[in-house]
Unconditional design. Structure first.
Length: 326
């Protein structure tokens, strides 16, 4: 007996997102011919195909169709070209001057900021021109106030990168620009090595981006998972197929792996580590822990999907290499 699919609004949206991410055309003619059920549900539930596409993808319909011609490599190349020509890279200006690039970056990479960083630029530097124009109004906060603020945050282990301070304590970032000529100089005059702070921040970005893309890969493979849900232990992924924990690491040789194995292994039947940099292989060590290269994992995907992930992974490798992290 054939199982009847019971459509819901959420299921229709999930299906159109899957179709788009698989690289299929979104023209009404193609969808009606190849995904007739979704096409009919678009009208039944959302009133039109256009309304469903805009709701599901969060982009204007014309821009959705235009995004099809973009790839991660082309986005990065365009960003580097703008930088070489001396054009601003802030999200606000790019969204006005080159909206299709801005929207494509959001869909293919996750956000404009992430796209700029994958292109090899520090987004904090991108923000500085606009910050400098506003800094002279921040005269009430003194040099000693800024230094105390920085030392207090650093002493507590809080993030003291410019991007974090801008989002939470904009007045101190502006005051540092006015009093010291820039946030980096303010941190240095507080007795802290800002280059080391930024290097650590690049490492965190690379790790977060790799974890995000690994989640996308697992979804493409059809592997259901949940995130961070085992009491005091927080593996990156808990796979639905039994008691299987999975962690994402930037390198095969990451120094924290032995401690992580010692902590997690007694609590789960199966433990896997997926790494970005290292031998492209899969092995099981003496403790029964599976270690697999993400490049080995994606060979199970269709070639076009695999190619798309390789582009993104190589850019994260570049970011990790610049941070010189294990």
């Amino acid at each position: 007996m054939t199982k009847v699919r019971r459509w819901t609004d959420e299921l229709v949206i999930d299906e159109i997102q899957r179709i788009y991410e698989n690289g299929e055309p979104l023209s009404p003619r193609y969808i009606n011919r190849n995904h007739g059920g979704v096409y009919r549900q678009a009208f039944n539930r959302f009133g039109s195909w256009r309304k469903l596409v805009e709701k599901a993808l969060g982009l204007e319909y014309e821009n959705v169709l235009a995004c099809r011609s973009w790839t991660t490599e082309k986005i990065v190349e365009e960003i580097r070209g703008r930088k070489a020509e001396g054009k601003p890279l802030s999200a606000g200006i790019v969204s006005e001057e080159f909206k299709s690039l801005h929207d494509a970056a959001g869909f293919h990479i996750g956000s404009w900021r992430e796209a700029v960083e994958l292109a090899g630029f520090d987004y904090e530097e991108v923000l500085k021109p606009g910050l400098r124009r506003k800094s002279e109004s921040s005269t009430k906060i003194t040099k000693s106030d800024v230094i105390k603020f920085i030392r207090d945050r650093h002493g507590r282990g809080d993030n003291i990168t410019l991007s974090c301070v801008l989002s939470e304590f904009h007045n101190y970032a502006k005051a540092a620009e006015y009093r010291f000529g820039g946030w980096a100089e303010a941190v240095r005059q507080s007795g802290i090595d800002y280059d080391e702070i930024r290097q650590g921040n690049n490492a965190r970005r690379a790790g977060h981006q790799f974890e995000k893309i690994l989640g996308d890969i697992l979804t493409e493979l059809g592997w259901d998972y949940t995130k961070y849900g085992k009491g005091k232990w927080k593996p990156d992924f808990i796979l639905a197929e039994g008691d299987h924990w999975m962690d994402a690491k930037l390198s095969f040789w990451t120094s924290s792996i032995p401690a992580m194995i010692e902590k997690y292994l007694p609590c789960t039947e199966k433990l896997s580590i997926v790494y970005l940099r290292g031998p492209v292989e899969e092995l099981i060590d003496d403790q029964g822990v599976t270690k697999v290269s993400v490049y080995r994992l994606i060979t199970q995907l269709p070639k076009e999907v695999e190619k798309s992930f390789i582009e993104k992974l190589k850019l994260i490798e570049e970011l990790a290499d610049r941070a010189d992290v294990a």
